[in-house]
Design a protein around this ligand. Sequence first.
Ligand code: K7E
Ligand code: CUA
Length: 765
Amino acid sequence: MRVITRRPLAQFMLIGLAAGLSGTAVAAESLQDVLKRRNLSQQDLLSAAKTYVPTGKRDEFIAFSSGGQSGQVLVYGIPSMRILKYIGVFTPEPWQGYGYDESSKAVLAQGNIDGRKITWGDSHHPAMSETQGKYDGQFLFINDKANPRIAVIDLRDFETKQLVANPIFKSEHGGAFVTPNTEYVIEAAQYATPLENRKFAPLEEFNEKYRGGITYWKFDRKEGRIVPKESFSVELPPYSQDLSDAGKGPSDGWSFTNSFCSERYVGGIEKGRPPYEAGCSAKDTDYMHVVNWRKAAELVAQGKAKKINGHNVIMMETAIKEGILFLIPEPKSPHGVMLSPDGKFITVSGKLDTHVSVYSWEKIQAAIKAGRFESKDAYGIPVIGMKETLHKQVQLGLGPLHTQYDAKACVAYTSLYVDSQVVKWDYCEGRVLDKIAVHYNIGHLMTMEGDSVEPKGKYLVAMNKLSIDRFNPVGPLHPQNHQLIDISEDKMQLLYDMPVPLGEPHYVVGIEASKLKPGVRYKVGTDSRTDKPHPGAVRAGEEKTVRKGNKVEVFGTLIRSHITPETIEAEVGDEITVHLTNLERAQDETHGFAVGTFDVHASVEPGKTVTVKFKADKEGVYPYYCTEFCSALHLEMQGYLLVKPKGWKPSKPAAAEQVVYTEDDYKKQLKKVAETQAVIDQVVAYITGVNYRDFPDVVALMDDAVDQLNKTKETRAKAEEAAKRKDWQQATLWAEQIWQYQVKAADIGIRAKNYLEQNGARKTK
Ligand code: K7E
Ligand code: CUA
């Protein structure tokens, strides 16, 4: 097979190689030569060795990064920092067909706000689903700050399955954070607003009418979806709720949300008042909110929530009366709240303070149990004394923001925005261990599984807000800089700068790659967005086009290298629905489907069925084609959409096909088929002569190859039947089609053979 199809190419390559060799021979560079030529130090070499992932090898960790204003999620490997995928989440993503086919449009439409279509998101904080506080690699959640929404991404196929818009908030910064068994996904508002939809209240009534809150979205793990009906919120004062974290271990059942601007300042510089930033940071302390979410869920079940915009809300009054809501002062304009892996300590950074404050859950709980409160806030919420709940306050540096934990006991890392540093410190003893400079102005930082109960240590990613002089200039809008830091030893070591060219990512989560087990194909006929059989799916041979009135519905299939049907006929003004099933079972054999002019694109991965719908409101001839280079005959994977004028009739009978092939051509064709079969037989003999059944990937490839070969039987019958009629035209073309199937089978067979050779298959015969 290889011999037949690739000989011309191989010959070219040989000629090229010979020409290269006849030139002056250059001695291969040594490592020392390269270091000298590229001006690299031993330290650079060490960093390169620690991050380089050789061809064919894989990364140890996978990172899921917020895509910031792009509304997407980026997936990259650690330590290589190679980008693997962008997942369309809040924003249409054409490659994946996200927002172009009907079921992904429906997912995006779930994120409409008040019926308004929104095509972007300010995505901030991804969260991995957890089982007993450990990352389980099943689902990813992420929030949109600008339009208060949460997304659910299924890690079986890395697709967005659900968007949920918050019914009572107008912004949502403090999400997504999960409880230890992913019972709830937590999101908090940032900018206080009236909770009732479309309610106006003047800023003069801010203290009375504006409210913040925290929403607890119920997650149904079996369905892989958030259940809005079973979700609820807790009404909070109009303090700017910041980030949250869920308790774990001894603090499981509780959640912690910090806040800033508890001054409740409303600005007004245009009226001569001091600006927001002055008014919002006047006090020395703000409040951490401590919520008993487990009890809150019981109160909702007992009917103690009020319905606002159809959503369960536990009003402050009820929360206070039932003893599920407390405040603790925290210094000063804090940002980031993080539970230690054992759930015993809560770290809060004061953006405008040089300290981080470590609170003790044991002490908080003791104060709550004893009913020991130092005061109440303006809304009557009990305030627990800061001093009596603090475990330590540690001076770290300027602008502390976020904290992550190490696999080593008591070791934490905190970002220092103003100092542009990461500080490593001991939160048990309260002392600084090490500092490292980052470039520049770090926001979040992330250690591997560093917000779970079982951090893995090893690497830290610094997510820097500015990259100033790090990269080749690309205009005033700079990339972001994710810097990889080795934290496996006492001293931190900077390894790598990765420019992030997609929005301002705030947070990233990193998981052991071995925990992710995504599929490589769907069960044939699956709607990937609903995970259910797609009603428009058909099998090979069942393709059809149905016309009803002005509606044309196509049930088509895709397989290397053709689209069935190859012509779609319509009249101007028709509504066209095309269902396409990818019949492939081979890995990575995705087909795309595009029709120009009508904004139609779909990505159809092996087994998937998608639907595209459009109105053919413009007469003309529109080619459609496959957009993934899927086989040697990808460019031939094409068809025509013919949009005829109303009432159009052919003016003359179709011209007879021009005959160009002879009996000789047919015989030549048969000879080629026989030669190819001999090569296929050799490949098959090799494969069946080794333990290929021990390699599931190869078994799948073989199934696919057999599928292709089976099709030759019917095609051969057609060729022979035409030959009998001495219709050499038809006979030759059908013989060519046999060869097409053979080529595809051989292509897969050779892939399987290479795989077996590279993966140490043993001879069994
Ligand atoms: Cu610190 Cu929006 Cu998480 Cu950014 S937030 S840094
Ligand atoms: Cu299918 Cu190109």
